[in-house]
Design a protein around this ligand. Sequence first.
Ligand code: CAA
Length: 379
Amino acid sequence: MYFNLSEEQLMIRQAARDFAQTELKPGVIERDEHQKFPAEQIKKLGELGFLGMMVDPKYGGSGMDSISYVLVMEELSKIDASASVVVSVNNSLVCYGLEHFCNEEQKQKYLVPLAKGEKIGAFCLSEPEAGSDATSQHTTAIDMGDYYLLNGTKNWITNGGTASTYIVIAQTDASKKSHGINALIVEKGMEGFTVGPKENKLGIRGSDTHSLMFTDVKVPKENRIGEDGFGFKFAMKTLEGGRIGIASQALGIASGAYELALQYSKERKTFGKQLSEHQSIQFKLADMATEIEAARLLCLKAAWLKDNGQPYAQASSMAKLFASEVAMKTTVEAVQIHGGYGFVKEFHVERLMRDAKITQIYEGTSEIQKIVISREVLK
Ligand code: CAA
């Protein structure tokens, strides 16, 4: 076993850390307050190559490994999870799927601008009545010969308003259940495609979450990803990697809150001594540090398996399940350590606490991760 990061990985982590401090931190409270999408910051992340991190350079990507992706997601998420979710979705749920399952023509047309960060993508699986139960798609894509006729509604779509390219999962033949589902590439501006209002959320308020409505949208046959009926497997394979991204986001939210609590405990005095001299605070910090380290190892293990061509579905679900619980627990404790200051916006930890919650919900709730893990261990 070799736990050291390479020179290149260390440089990539430092670049993300610097970016988070200089570009994301200023304005993060205001963006959260006013639900403002970090458009400028996302453009710069694209220029740094962080929106197509793992894509082959021949398709406009940066050719980095998944370990580097975990490092970048952790650093960005320490400061701004609304920005890091864009990085996660574009890399894992959009670019990965396009690179691994699309034909050459589709890659040139759709992957290249997304990997370069010139455009943003969205992954559209969840519906009003199909969030966790992903096989029960009500959105239909009826085969009309040259095109699919797309009808339905998608909910809680990250990048819903800002994306240009949408991967939409829809049912073509309900009698075939999961084998009758297709994944279609839909472009903004196609007739019959409308974007609903932005959701007013508890956390990751800067991110751009919308419902999407499709009414008789004609999607050309050449926009289908893979063979007819491949859509559900496509979504599941894509989510396996997506969960590494969200696990790393949860890790970053936890470590960001921990670092703030650690710093504060050395500055604030109560009962004549520093907070950090109270054993009750020391024990909290010890628990936080231990759990964060365990979450980090799970994220890196899942990324390592992916980079080495080994199965990683179980590892990515374990990382997401554990890291999101650590994020929730750590941020609550960080607010507690800050006392009254933790409850006001200027100290950042209340935002991290609100942001942590979504990591237990999107890309599969904690319960979904337990389904995936238990199926693997019971095989
Ligand atoms: N890879 C390949 N194939 C897979 C697979 C995988 N990881 N998982 C399942 N499949 C295949 C199965 O083998 C099966 O194929 P066969 O019929 O040929 O055997 C088929 O898909 C159906 O699988 P299941 O019977 O296991 O399906 P299920 O209905 O029991 O559901 C589930 C499985 C794991 C619960 C799945 O529905 C799931 O993951 N749900 C959660 C969806 C989710 O994560 N939603 C989040 C939305 S995206 C998001 O949040 C993005 C964002 O905004 C940030």
